[in-house]
Every structure is written in structure tokens, then in C-alpha cells.
Design a protein around this ligand. Structure first.
Ligand SMILES: [Zn+2]
Length: 252
């Protein structure tokens, strides 16, 4: 029997978060990444007759974990969470660390520890499907704020994206791309701009982004190949360039 390729469904919650539902269509099973709230996710599972197979958490911020308890009480399933966030998250069935694999149904993830936004932040990388669930580390044309880690750690974490296959799809949790586009344009208008991406590619990016957002479609997943050419935080060549950009972005 040939198997159907799994697919990802995005559930928008709050102002600009996404909950990701990874659907194993052959078995009507689903994994949920970062359920910040439970009601919409639970409704989606019921409407689509999906059985929850597991919950993956990237970090301890409430807009990523707030719905976990309610979700698993209604749909019992194991929770996977970063070991370094044990104190903040409290309850999980498996605490994951760098290099570990998480096998669930047709999915086989590798855990990447990506400190910076928070110290315990992890991403889940599925090499066969070339999907990366990266929480708040990288955004469309931007990157996560540094709340707990150092600039050095955040810069190093971003360098790890460059080692992934360029056809990787990046599922980041927030719809920040339009705001980040404004930052990129401001950056390219600076006289002494240290870093600007491929301007033609950025223009194409802008056109696609605006037409998607006009139709109320998400800008996520991000195409890693494109981000590598236009995202200033991936183009930064040193920690000091990265620091300059991040500080400038914080002031916006
Ligand atoms: Zn966060």
C-alpha cells in the first residue's frame, strides 16, 4: 500500500500565532506543535476526526504551551518538551535534548537545541519531509527577540539553519513577516547599511507576501532557500553585525 504524504495544517490563534497540526492522513492521526490555546485545536481535531498522537513544545512561553493541559485532558497523548525548560513547563512525558530523535507515527524528528530567544529553546527537524518546527528562533525576514540567551548564542543558533537542505520549509510560530519587511526596507534605505539582501529577490518576496496576506493566507511556512538570500539576520556575517541588526529592530 502506498502511503499518503503527511501534511501540515495551520491554526491561527491569538493575534499572530500559529498552532501546527501534522496530519498522518493514512491513519487519521495528528501531532500538534505549540498549542498556545486548546479550544480551536480541539475543535479542529474533532471536525476532522483526528486522533492526537503527541504534542511537541519548542519553549516555555505561554503563547506556546498555554493550551497543552486542556488539550491532552480532552485528547490524551504524550507531551514532548525541552529538558532545559523542566522548571518552567513542569509536565511532560519526554524531556528532549540536542540530537535526540522523536519517533511518532510516520514522523521521525531530530531535536536541535537553539538557545537565544530562550535558553532551553528547541526545534524539531524532520529530515525526510524537510520540515523544521522552529518556534520563535527565525521569522520571515526576521528572528526572535533575545529574552534569555546571549547575542552570541542567538547568532550561533541561526547559523545552524544554513546547514539544513535549502528546500527546507520552516514552520515558525508567528506571522511577523510584514512587520519584518518594513524593517528590511528601512535597512536598505540606510546610507551605511551593513547588510542588505538580494534586492530583486526581496521585491519578489514582497509581491508574493502582499498578495498572500491580502487573501488572508499565511506567509508560513518559510522557504529556507529564500530566507537565506533576504533575511538580514541570516545574512549577518558576524555576531557584531547580528547585534547591530537586532538592536536596531528592537527600536522599531
Ligand atoms: Zn517565545
Amino acid at each position: 500500500m502506498t502511503s499518503t504524504r503527511p501534511r501540515v495544517e495551520l491554526i491561527p490563534i491569538f493575534e499572530d500565532n500559529y498552532v501546527f497540526c501534522l496530519i498522518d492522513q493514512d491513519n487519521q492521526e495528528v501531532l500538534v506543535v505549540d498549542p498556545g490555546e486548546a479550544a480551536k485545536t480541539s475543535q479542529f481535531l474533532k471536525e476532522n476526526n483526528l486522533k492526537l498522537k503527541g504534542v511537541l513544545l519548542t519553549h516555555h512561553h505561554n503563547d506556546h504551551i498555554g493550551g497543552v493541559s486542556a488539550l491532552v485532558s480532552e485528547h490524551p497523548a504524550p507531551i514532548f518538551a525541552p529538558a532545559k525548560n523542566k522548571n518552567q513547563i513542569g509536565k511532560a512525558d519526554t524531556w528532549v535534548t540536542e540530537g535526540e530523535s522523536v519517533k511518532l507515527g510516520p514522523f521521525n524528528f531530530e531535536v536541535l537545541e537553539l538557545p537565544g530567544h530562550t535558553l532551553g529553546h528547541v526545534a524539531y527537524w524532520e529530515p525526510k519531509l524537510k520540515w523544521l518546527f522552529s518556534g520563535d528562533v527565525l521569522f520571515g525576514l526576521g528572528c526572535g527577540r533575545i529574552f534569555e540567551g546571549t547575542y552570541d548564542q542567538a547568532y550561533t543558533s541561526l547559523q545552524r539553519f544554513k546547514k539544513l537542505p535549502s528546500e527546507t520549509l520552516v514552520y515558525c510560530t508567528h506571522e511577523y513577516t510584514e512587520a519584518n519587511l518594513r524593517f528590511c526596507k528601512m535597512l536598505s534605505n540606510l546610507d551605511n547599511s551593513p547588510i542588505t539582501g538580494d534586492s530583486e529577490e526581496l521585491e519578489m518576496y514582497e509581491n508574493q507576501l502582499l498578495s498572500r496576506r491580502e487573501m488572508d493566507l499565511p506567509s508560513v511556512p518559510l522557504k529556507l532557500a529564500v530566507e537565506l538570500n533576504v533575511n538580514p539576520f541570516l545574512l549577518a556575517k558576524s555576531v557584531s553585525q547580528f547585534t547591530y541588526l537586532r538592536d536596531l529592530r528592537n527600536k522599531q
